[in-house]
Design a binder for this molecule. Sequence first.
Ligand SMILES: Nc1ncnc2c1ncn2[C@@H]1O[C@H](COP(=O)(O)OP(=O)(O)OP(=O)(O)O)[C@@H](O)[C@H]1O
Length: 272
Amino acid sequence: MSLPSSDLAVDARGLVKRFGSFTALNGLDLQIPRGAFYAYLGPNGAGKSTSLALLTGVYGPDAGSIQLLGMDAVRQPLEIKRRIGMVPEELSLFERLTGRQYLTFCGRMFGLSGDEAAARAAELLELTELTYKAGSLVAEYSKGMRRRLAIAAALIHAPELIFLDEPFEGIDVLAAGVIRELLRELSRRGVTLLLTTHVLEIADRLATHAGIIRGGRMLDQGTVPELMNRHGVSSLEAVFEKLISVPAARNARLSFYGDAPAPVVPLRRESA
Ligand SMILES: Nc1ncnc2c1ncn2[C@@H]1O[C@H](COP(=O)(O)OP(=O)(O)OP(=O)(O)O)[C@@H](O)[C@H]1O
C-alpha cells in the first residue's frame, strides 16, 4: 500500500519488540488507510496483541516508528490517546462500580461534563443492550456482558480510531450480531477500525482491508479484493490458509489410543 502518510490512520514501520532474548515483533509494517475496517489476522502467538500494545502506547517499541492519525506516538502520546479507543483482549474493569458508573467514569476521564458523560453512557448501554444491567456491579456481569461494556467504554469519547482485540470472544450469537451492527455503523461514519479475530468468517463479513502476520512479520496486507486477487482465492479465510502453512500438529498421532478406528455405536431410539 503506497498511500501518503496523511491518508493513513495507522502508519507503523519496522516495529521491533523483544521480551528478553525473544523477538515478538521483527520489523513489522502496518498501514491502515483512514476509514478502513482492517482485519488483523494471524495464528496464536503471531504478535497481534503485542503490536496493539505498541500502537496504543502500553509500551514502546525497541525499534521502528508509529504514526497514528498523523501524529507521532513518541512526541504526541496524550493527544493520540484522546482520539483513539481500545478494547483489550484481557479486560480489567472496575468491579465495584455499576456498569453505568463505570461508563460515566470513563467519560469523565476523557474530559466530558457529568451530564454529557451520563447521556453518552445511557446511549451506549442501550446500543450494547446492557440497559437492564446498568445498575448492577461490574463484578456481577457475565463474560459477554463485560466484553460489551468494554466496547461501550472504548466509544465514550467518540474516538476516530478504534483497536479491538478479539471483541467477539465469549459473546453469544445474538450479542455478536449487536456488536457487528455497531461496528458496521461506526465504519459507515468514517471511524477507522482494527479488529483482531480468529473467527475468519467475521473478518470476511466486516473487513474492507486486512493484514496477515506470523512470527512478528507482516506477510501481506491490502484491501480484501486485492488480497483475494493476489492469492487467487475468493475469501479472506482462503487467503489466510494460503499464507499460514498447515501446523505440524495436524499430522501428529494420538498413539496411545491405538490405530484401529472404533466402531460407531448407533443411537438407540426408545420405543414408545
Ligand atoms: N510479556 C511477555 N513476555 C514474554 N513473551 C511475551 C510477552 N507477551 C507476548 N509474548 C510472546 O510474544 C509472542 C506474541 O504474542 P502475542 O500475544 O502478541 O500474540 P497474538 O498474535 O496476540 O496471539 P493470540 O492469537 O494467541 O492472542 C508470543 O510468542 C508470546 O509468547
